[in-house]
Design a protein around this ligand. Sequence first.
Ligand code: ZN
Length: 181
Amino acid sequence: MKTQSGFTLMTVDEFENWIASQRVTRGIQLVQLHHTWSPAYAQFTGSNHFALQSGMKSYHLSIDYDDIAQNLTIFPDGQVMTGRSLNVAPAGCKGANSNGICIENIGNFDVGGDTMTEAHKDAIVRVTAALLKKFGLSPASGVTYHAWWTEGGTSLGTYIAGKSCKTCPGTAFCGGNTRAS
Ligand SMILES: [Zn+2]
């Protein structure tokens, strides 16, 4: 584990121990999955985790957010970084923030974008599973994609082109961005 600029970088093994020891006082019902779109894989050098995270925080502050938007960031090498405190609602997905934890995945996972590494995919599955376990949630009802929500914050339950606010976490994210995929 390494802490810099208020963020802590962990392997997935370290994250699984860390999350088990965290005291979270908000009620958590949803784990949100997102992609950053930008920065994408091309901006990740293999060693600039903190620079990318600080860059996202600066951008989010510049658009009047109180802090970096996400609670957690997962990198292409499968490492995980803390963001906004777990005890503060993220600015991730309208309708799913007050009881949600926001995971941002570095990359553009729309069709034609980045090809997700195996390390990244493995980390997404394990971090999501550790959060579901921590908060006593089921995979069927405890995971949500940004694309399953409208701009106004209404749940659609899946990605519906033309109705969903975004394609996020990407039309090619782990096989697609629909609930079925
Ligand atoms: Zn998103």
